[in-house]
Structure formats: C-alpha cells, structure tokens
Design a protein around this ligand. Sequence first.
Ligand SMILES: N[C@@H](CCC(=O)N[C@@H](CS)C(=O)NCC(=O)O)C(=O)O
Length: 202
Amino acid sequence: MKLCHSPTSPFVRKVMVTAHELGLVDRLDLVKPDISDIFKGINPENPLGKIPSLQLEDGSLIFDSIVICEYLDSLSDTATLFPADPLDRARVMTLHAIANGMTDAAYQRRMDSSAMPKGEGSPTWNARLQVAMERSLDELENKIDTFKGRLDIGTIAIGCALGYHDLRFSAENWREGRPELTAWYNEFSARPSMQATQPPAS
Ligand SMILES: N[C@@H](CCC(=O)N[C@@H](CS)C(=O)NCC(=O)O)C(=O)O
C-alpha cells in the first residue's frame, strides 16, 4: 500500500503512529507529495489536494487520515484502536475530534502566516483559530482522567497534535498552566511509535 507522506505533517504522523502500534508499518510504501501546483494542493490524486492518502493494492485511493487509520485497524488481528462499544467509541472519537480540530487550526494558522503571499492573512481569523487551540488544550487538561493510561485513536491524535504544536508554535508554550497534560505527553511521547515518527525540525 502506498501512503502519500511527509514527515512534518501531523495528519500523516497520526497514520504512521497507528501503523507502528498495529505492527503494520512494513506494509506501507511511503511516497512523496507533489508540490508543483499550489492550486492542486500537494496531492493531485486526492481531489482535496491533501495528504495523507493511501493507495490500496487494487489501486483505489482512500483518505482522509481517520479513514486510513480505521482501515489499518481493520487489518490488524492483534489490536484495535477503535473501541467496539458505541458509547466508548463516541467518547474516543470526540477526543480525536478535539485533537484533530486543534491540529487543523494550527495547520491553517501556519499556512496563513508562512505559506501564503504576505498581507493576505486575516489577524481576526488567526485569533479565532488560536482561541480554538487554547480552549482545546484546556479541555484536554481538564479531561485528562478520561484518557490517561489509554492507547486508542483519540490518544494517538492528541500526541500528534501536541507534537505539531511543539514543531510550529513552540513560542506559545502549551505546557504553561497545564501540568497534567504535560506529564501525560512526557510519557506518551516516549512510546516507540512516537519516537519513530518524530518530525524533523524544519
Ligand atoms: N482532514 C485531513 C487534513 C489533511 C491536511 O490538512 N493535510 C495537509 C498537510 S498537514 C495538506 O495536505 N495540505 C495541503 C493543501 O491543503 O494544499 C486529514 O485528516 O487527512
């Protein structure tokens, strides 16, 4: 299976951590994005222009990151990262939604400030996204007891979201005033799957 991949993408990282945790990483061929046409995004195969996407053995393409993670989960006979119980699953998916939404806000802010032509960004929209990031971090700090000690798609997404925050917004210091989340991340980021997928500083 071919995964359209970039080592700095937090959405790709979520897929890679999932693959490591499920013991499926050897089944993925990593292919580079195509950055030749900004209007087509970085993945011409995907009508949304985004990575990650996964080309299956029959040639079909699946995306986005959560769809790929769930598909990989279905291939594993040793573990599952998506609880079967409907309520448990809804709670895990809500944690995933917070982490993914936070990552999306961070990615949009980053693109707006560094990848778009100067002067095109909106300070008001940037502030709106920053508030979403801050409130999501506070929610995770307050809800720590609901995910501490767990390994599932929710905690993987949280780990990748915090890693991306460190990569792109280290000056905003998310650890300040969030001791529980800081301690959780110290432990979670030591997992081999997180260590193997650390983004290069760029
Ligand atoms: N909801 C998507 C988000 C993916 C996404 O935003 N990927 C970024 C890279 S981190 C991308 O491909 N951006 C290129 C573009 O939008 O032009 C997912 O979960 O896969």
